[in-house]
Design a protein around this ligand. Structure first.
Ligand code: GH3
Ligand code: MG
Ligand code: MG
Ligand code: MG
Length: 330
């Protein structure tokens, strides 16, 4: 990619010299003769690098530097300064300039090298930032389904609980567990099971609102976090999703299967005082849905006297076996 350099300089002979030099090096070169004109070109073109004089009419180079560095741009700045301006030049470094050069420019090769180096540094920084972003994204995703993972769920729930406590927002969690999923693996193999889980994630994504966040909770379990939803809408969403799964034929060209899901839901803060309590409530509701026939949705306001105790150890063991490192918190 051809980099763009903006030269801001009021002395025409220096401007022309730098222009022809950088142009012959293959850069796209823009010019301006004072700070104000320079800033206008900066905003219009967002160049990769600015070479700016300090003393200029209308607006000086320091003001240009200040403005460029307060913007969220990756534009680098090199300062050109007169002999008497050493202290100013050092101030410029403090303000974020990459380097400064004294005029008259005696060794033009040194300036060219600085230009090459600062552009290289800038490109590396941009690449590194993209990599870090990619890694951050990977660290919150489940590799099989591409949905958010268990660890990120914990972060989001902590945030939502805090937000709710502070501002009075409400939210709902829906725990979804594939029914008799062991049979799918046993009948069609683990690979087809993986395919079904992936598809199931897509169906959940398709059926719910785009603002609902979907997590793979572990194994064949998913969790959806819904903000600001009424009970009636939550119940409707859960039933719509349950039906969509029931109606879907999972087929990868070799095997074909149909599955159902059971779900348990709970509201914060109506049903629990903290994150762990909330997950427990949704889990109990889910367990109740399982006990009462599967392919069902239960919200945690059902009659608690009927709720059988959740066998956490059994559930934890089956989940840990499949997704190591996703310890259950309930
Ligand atoms: P229930 O209706 O009670 O939920 O029955 P179930 O068979 O779905 O539940 P159980 O907990 O007995 O078994 C869970 C099954 O899910 C067994 C496990 O092999 C399967 N499973 C969990 N994670 C994965 C996965 O990543 N890929 C595949 N293919 N199967 C998985
Ligand atoms: Mg000047
Ligand atoms: Mg399960
Ligand atoms: Mg299951």
């Amino acid at each position: 990619m051809q980099e763009t350099i903006l030269i801001i300089e009021d002395e025409e002979d220096i401007l022309n010299l730098l222009y022809s030099l950088l142009d012959s090096e293959g850069y796209t070169v823009l010019t301006a003769q004072n700070g104000r004109e320079g800033l206008a070109k900066f905003h219009e073109h967002i160049p990769d690098l600015i070479l700016t004089d300090v003393r200029m009419p209308v607006m000086d180079g320091i003001e240009v530097l200040r403005e460029v560095k307060t913007k969220e741009s990756d534009t680098e700045v090199i300062i050109l300064t007169g002999h008497s301006d050493e202290a100013t030049a050092i101030d410029c470094l403090r303000l974020g300039a990459y380097d400064y050069f004294r005029k008259p420019l005696e060794d033009i090769d040194v300036l060219l090298t600085a230009v090459e180096r600062v552009l290289e540094k800038r490109n590396l920084e941009i690449k590194n930032r993209a990599l870090v972003k990619q890694l951050e994204e990977l660290s919150i995703r489940d590799p099989l389904t591409g949905l958010y993972n268990y660890r990120y769920l914990q972060t989001c729930l902590d945030e939502e609980v805090e937000r709710s406590n502070r501002y009075g927002h409400t939210f709902f969690i829906l725990m979804i567990d594939a029914d008799h999923f062991k049979d799918v693996n046993d009948s069609y193999g683990h690979l087809f099971g993986d395919y079904v889980l992936k598809q199931l994630g897509e169906i959940i994504d398709l059926e719910l609102r785009s603002s609902d966040r979907i997590f793979r909770y572990g194994g064949e379990e998913f969790l959806v976090l819904m903000n600001e939803i009424s009970k009636a809408d939550a119940v409707r969403a859960a039933h719509r999703l349950m039906e969509a799964v029931r109606e879907h034929t999972f087929s990868n060209g070799q095997s074909t299967a149909q599955i159902t899901v059971s779900m348990g839901g709970a509201f914060y803060p109506a049903n629990a005082r903290d994150k762990i309590g909330l997950i427990k409530k949704a889990d109990q509701a889910l367990y109740f849905a399982k006990q009462t026939g599967r392919n069902r949705f239960e919200c945690c306001s059902f009659n608690r006297a009927q709720v059988p105790p959740v066998d956490h150890e059994r559930r934890a063991a089956s989940n840990l076996m499949v997704v190591p490192g996703t310890a259950r918190s309930n």
